[in-house]
Design a binder for this molecule. Structure first.
Ligand SMILES: CC(C)(COP(=O)(O)OP(=O)(O)OC[C@H]1O[C@@H](n2cnc3c(N)ncnc32)[C@H](O)[C@@H]1OP(=O)(O)O)[C@@H](O)C(=O)NCCC(=O)NCCS
Length: 336
């Protein structure tokens, strides 16, 4: 599936003009729909088109209702290839000045056409939970609410450091059997192999009613994630906890800073393997990361993190260390 149907132009990462239009369109919509998010840049867009999260980039299309029109919308098509072979994850964005003219519906029809052509049966689309218009659009097209995720921000300068220091001391004590180790990407293969199981522990996070099988992780996938990050220019920090007696890695947390947005940090996955829960490792790892970032990336003004909105354990940790709710986003699902 490359060219897309009439009116849909697949954007290639080396097509600078198309990448610029894609970025501008995304930013125009974001300024209206989600102004708290930092604006995109053509370099970031191209990096995501080329490498994605772990070398399975989404395809993104510019949509023109007719040949003479400027693009009015962007269609994202994500097709997991390592697992979840029943699934297509979509994204539909219509320029704010072009809404309620049927463009979103036309892009959705193309998404469903591609899904059928790929022989897949489940489609996910999402929207802000307080965006009644987008929810009406999705329901009108037969989608059902399936899950919700919460975005939180932490402003390091506003964090109550005394409170965090007390939590840190408590967690240190509860996790005295664990050694806490800092590493930076690229990770050598031997250590990366030891991190496969804790990475896969993210599969234990709640997913609501979404039809989803556990993601499959192996050494190559972890290498692909690190390679994709490096190629996008990201600085990726990881902290893991190793059980002192057995040597087993029980938990980890990952932070990313994109040099073109150096004041904005991304708190990526944090996971503790089920055999190692109950030792405050989640709290310990995240505070250790805050301490590291204060030294290594002192320019960070804001850190973003995402959790399933029902993941009360992780959310309680995040709230305790100063993360505050920004917004809830709903996931909708359609079974073909
Ligand atoms: C949601 C979105 C894609 C809709 O695009 P659109 O081009 O305006 O949608 P359409 O014109 O095809 O709308 C089809 C139907 O959906 C419903 N709908 C769409 N927007 C709506 C709104 N703001 N309020 C109420 N109903 C709405 C209506 O039933 C509409 O039919 P009608 O105009 O004849 O009443 C667009 O608003 C958008 O880009 N929002 C921001 C991004 C986003 O949240 N995307 C989530 C969906 S993946």
């Amino acid at each position: 599936m490359q060219a897309g149907a009439m009116g849909f132009q697949l954007v290639r990462p080396d097509d600078a003009a198309a990448v610029a239009v894609l970025t501008d369109l995304g930013n125009a919509a974001q300024a209206v729909d989600d102004p708290e998010s930092p604006a995109g840049t053509p370099e970031l867009t191209a990096g995501w088109l080329r490498y994605g999260w772990d070398l399975e980039p989404d395809q993104r299309y510019l949509y023109r209702p007719s040949e003479d029109d400027d693009p009015v919308g962007v269609l994202n098509v994500g097709v997991p290839k390592r697992d979840n072979l029943h699934l297509v994850t979509g994204g539909i964005t219509v320029h704010p000045d072009q809404r309620r003219q049927g463009h979103g519906s036309a892009m959705l029809a193309e998404l469903l056409r591609q899904t059928r052509e790929l022989g897949r049966r489940t489609v996910w689309l999402g929207c802000a939970a307080d965006d009644d218009g987008a929810a009406a659009f999705l329901k009108q097209h037969g989608f059902s609410y399936a899950s919700h995720d919460a975005r939180r921000y932490q402003w390091p300068s506003k964090v109550d450091q005394d409170h965090v220091a007390a939590l840190y001391a408590e967690a240190r004590q509860a996790a005295a059997d664990y050694e806490v180790v800092r590493t930076q990407v690229p990770t050598d293969d031997q250590l990366l192999a030891e991190l496969i199981e804790v990475t896969a522990a993210i599969n234990d996070a709640p997913m609501g009613e979404l039809e989803f099988e556990p993601e499959k992780f192996d050494l190559q996938r972890l290498k692909d994630f690190e390679y994709a990050g490096q190629q996008k220019g990201e600085r990726i920090y990881r902290i893991f906890a190793r059980h002192r007696h057995t040597g087993v890695v029980g938990g980890h947390t990952v932070m990313m800073v994109q040099p073109s947005q150096p004041t904005f940090g991304n708190q990526y996955d944090t996971a503790v393997h089920r055999d190692h829960r109950g030792h405050r490792l989640g709290m310990l790892l995240k505070i250790e990361m805050m301490r590291w970032m204060a030294d290594a990336e002192p320019q960070i003004e804001r850190i973003e993190t995402w959790n399933n909105a029902d993941n009360s354990y992780m959310i309680n940790v995040n709230e305790a260390i100063g993360y505050r709710l920004s917004r809830i986003f709903d996931s909708y699902q359609l079974a073909l």
